[in-house]
Design a protein around this ligand. Structure first.
Ligand SMILES: Nc1ncnc2c1ncn2[C@@H]1O[C@H](COP(=O)(O)OP(=O)(O)O)[C@@H](O)[C@H]1O
Ligand SMILES: [Mg+2]
Length: 280
């Protein structure tokens, strides 16, 4: 556990007493040993545990830079808001905005973008381990679902599409599989797609023209409302591995992933899932 920093704030009792488990979490760490990975606070705040190892601190550095350096102003729209770092039971947590706040039934998906699960700053052993872990279709499509929650409007439950589901994507079935995430058993939720496609297109446009940083092992957090028509949001999350080095090997695959995802969502929106073909 890392030492707490001078500037960390301790929380008052009211805020602490309202902490809840994050019931809408899709993927990632539920806990780090005996401490929770995430906590949900009042007023749409989510607290991410960053005390576990160096990755937490790297992610905190990234958020602090983005929210203090004006060069990143535009990028702030595409990620959760970073408020501050707090100390809770001697564990450091980043206070972030909860992308699912205000959703009646948040149907979230954690979509890893890029082709590789390592970056060239990792040791070569680590790179080998991660290469072996890259299963499924991520190197070709440039994205992979780590998990998703989807509302079943027939029995009014939320169902989990797990990592295994994400790894079952192929070049042939990728559009059909992605459509499962928008299928609430009564209808395909095409109504939420225009807004999601627009947000992803804005992100792609921003990302391809900027030279400030490169994403590595980050995820898109896509959320739509299982009950409210046309309500959806897209945020980029998980910045423990971002790099500002030159010539990052994975970068073009982040763009490929975004383009393929946008293309697939557009096909689902037009009811043309069967016609979608991987464009080599
Ligand atoms: N700002 C946020 N708003 C809503 N949900 C979030 C937010 N950040 C993370 N999550 C949830 O937690 C999961 C894991 O987040 P992530 O930052 O990738 O953690 P890890 O470092 O453990 O992989 C995501 O899939 C998402 O469900
Ligand atoms: Mg993650």
């Amino acid at each position: 556990m890392s030492e707490h920093k001078e500037e960390d704030e301790t929380l008052d009792e009211v805020e602490v007493s309202s902490f809840k488990e994050v019931w809408h979490q899709v993927a990632g760490h539920k806990d780090h040993g005996s401490t929770p990975g995430f906590l949900m606070g009042p007023n749409g705040r989510l607290y991410k545990n960053i005390s576990h190892d160096a990755r937490g601190e790297k992610e905190e550095c990234f958020y602090k830079k983005v929210f203090s350096d004006e060069k990143f102003t535009r990028f702030r729209d595409f990620i959760p808001t970073y408020y501050k770092t707090i100390l809770y039971q001697n564990v450091r947590f980043m206070a972030l905005s909860d992308a699912c706040y205000g959703f009646k039934v948040p149907c979230g998906s954690d979509i890893k973008v890029g082709s590789v699960d390592y970056n060239s700053q990792d040791s070569s052993t680590k790179q080998e381990v991660h290469k072996k872990k890259v299963l499924g279709i991520a190197p070709i499509l440039g994205f992979r679902f780590a998990g998703a929650n989807v509302y079943n409007a027939t029995d009014k439950t939320v169902q989990k599409l797990d990592k295994g589901w994400g790894l079952s994507f192929t070049v042939e079935n990728a559009a059909k599989k992605t459509e499962e995430y928008f299928n609430d058993k009564k209808t395909i939720r095409r109504d939420v797609l225009p807004s999601l496609i627009r947000q992803l297109t804005d992100l792609l446009e921003y990302y391809t023209q900027q030279k400030l940083f490169w994403l590595c092992r980050s995820s898109l957090l896509v959320v739509y409302d299982g009950l409210t028509p046309e309500k959806g949001t897209v945020k980029m999350i998980d910045f423990a591995h971002n790099t500002t080095q030159e010539n990052p090997s994975d970068n073009t695959y982040v763009e490929i992933g975004l383009r393929n995802l946008i293309d697939i969502l557009s096909h689902i929106h037009r009811g043309q899932t069967a016609e979608w073909k991987y464009d080599t």
